[in-house]
Design a protein around this ligand. Structure first.
Ligand SMILES: [Zn+2]
Length: 491
């Protein structure tokens, strides 16, 4: 590694690519802890050079019960698919990623993110949930223009990749015009991330859309399904972000879920963070099903969790947001106990950490604390912790994939699945000396240790550098967008 004039790390490969340019005059746009690769706009040989990639000599945590953890293993990726996992795989033409001193895991699945909010980071760290509804969905979101939606989604998604997350459920609730929606989808596409794009309501009138709303879901979703998501293959798929029983009338809830089912896409809703009763209402209306995703769910009753479990639904826990904003304790354990699919997400980058390392670790430790507490209160001693580190890694990978209906394609390192892969350095100060790869990933690792990331076989981050010809050198556009939005918001 070399250093530029600002002390920013630059990979040797990158340094060489600059040729005769003097580094002193070059500014490197940072994305989180990473440095953007400065490949030219008309093609970046560092990014997607080969359709065959060999990840060599890694400690491979497959999250596949049949394969477990493999030492000094290779993964052969061919045409975007995991072709083989084993020892000493011979692939002379492959682009080789050296994974010695590294742990290789499935790319993380962030099961709940409002990606557009990356343009307004650091505004909501002291807000309650009601303040969020009033200020974010009642004010800030109305000042987003289509280009702001694009920039928020592009850079928000690139940062997810930077943090080792290869799939996001993007819950988009600033569908203010069809242009907003189209540009948000463009942002995800230009980021190169895998995403279930969940089309929600407009963000320009919260009284109409979020308060016992009698407005059915925007009909634009039919156009999207036909024009933007004609096939179910590819990195981007479509879902519907419904308001659900906590925010809309019974008629609208029924109409929205029926519309999602008519189109044949899953529906996701925020529920149970203001109070119980929403899932009972869905049951009463005869609407429960395995195509429904329940976000937060903190205050649902035990019976409601049972209904989710029995109907095959998934629960998405976003612990940092829920703890801050007064939604209630995270409901991960309730979801597991009821047999619902347990997944973890970030939710709002305007106030919390945007990486799955942090959120997943918090989800695990908070649940352990909740499970320990009755024993502590009885003044007795804990004999075993309730959830293992490996189980937590499953929440961030295969369970997230199940929640998004993508577990046949991603979520574990299994031959035949798509190659969404994250490589984590174990020779960094905070990861060495690693004795248990699962614990190193779950408890010690962070964004700074994410060395290499593949999505669908494409190398989107390598040697700690993000490769994205569209985003590189344009972070100032996101900053300008965010500044204008906050200036115009009457807060
Ligand atoms: Zn949310």
């Amino acid at each position: 590694m070399a250093n530029d004039a600002d002390g920013t790390e630059v990979s040797r490969r990158n340094y060489l690519k600059l040729g005769g340019a003097t580094l002193a005059g070059v500014s490197f746009a940072s994305v989180g802890s990473a440095v953007m690769d400065r490949g030219s706009d008309d093609g970046d040989e560092g990014a997607q050079a080969s359709n065959t990639v060999l990840i060599q000599d890694g400690t491979v945590v497959t999250v596949d019960p049949e394969r477990g953890v493999l030492d000094e293993a290779d993964i052969l990726v061919r045409d975007g698919e995991i072709d083989a996992i084993g020892s000493d795989i011979d692939a002379p033409a492959a682009d080789v990623v050296d994974a010695s001193d590294s742990i290789v895991v499935p790319g993380f699945v962030n099961a709940h993110l409002h990606t557009w909010e990356s343009g307004v980071r650091g505004v909501a760290g002291n807000w309650t949930f009601l303040e969020y509804l009033e200020k974010m969905l009642g004010e800030i979101s109305s000042h987003y223009r289509p280009e702001d939606a694009y920039l928020g989604n592009l850079f928000g998604a690139v940062q997810q990749l930077n943090a080792g997350t290869t799939t996001v459920l993007d819950w988009f609730h600033i569908a203010n015009t069809p242009d907003h929606t189209d540009r948000a989808i463009d942002g995800l596409a230009d980021a190169g991330i895998r995403s279930l794009f969940v089309h929600g309501p407009p963000g320009d009138d919260s009284a109409t859309w979020w308060s016992n709303s009698d407005e059915p879901h925007p009909d634009d979703i039919r156009r999207l399904h036909e024009e933007r998501f004609p096939s179910e293959d590819g990195l981007l798929t479509l879902g519907m972000g419904i308001r659900g029983p906590d925010y809309s009338t019974d008629e609208v809830v029924t109409q929205d879920i029926e519309l999602a089912r008519e189109i044949g896409i899953p529906a996701s809703m925020h529920i149970g963070s203001l109070g119980p009763g929403g899932v009972s209402k869905l049951d009463e209306l005869g609407l429960l099903g395995d195509d429904l995703n329940y976000v937060h769910a903190n205050r649902l009753t035990e019976e409601e969790f049972q209904l989710i479990g029995e109907s095959g639904g998934s629960v998405s826990t976003t612990p940092e947001v829920e703890l801050q904003m007064g939604m209630g304790m995270p409901a991960l354990g309730d979801a597991i106990d009821a047999g619902a699919i347990p997944s973890v997400g970030v939710d709002i980058v305007s106030n919390v950490s945007d990486d799955m390392f942090t959120q997943n670790r918090m989800a695990l430790q908070v649940q352990r604390g909740l499970d320990n507490q009755p024993t502590v209160e009885a003044n007795e001693q804990i004999q075993d912790v309730s959830l293992t580190a490996h189980r937590a890694l499953e929440f961030a990978t295969i369970e997230g994939a199940r929640a998004l209906g993508l577990d046949d394609e991603i979520g574990s390192l299994t031959p035949g699945k798509r190659a969404d892969i994250t490589v984590i350095d174990t020779d960094d100060l905070n990861t060495a000396a690693s004795h248990n790869p699962v614990e190193t990933v779950v408890f010690q690792s962070g964004i700074e240790n994410v060395d290499t990331v593949l999505v669908d076989g494409n190398v989107v981050k390598r040697n700690g550098l993000i490769h994205n010809p569209t985003a590189q050198n344009h972070l100032d556009r996101l900053e300008a967008s965010g500044r204008r939005i906050m200036r115009e918001s009457d807060l």
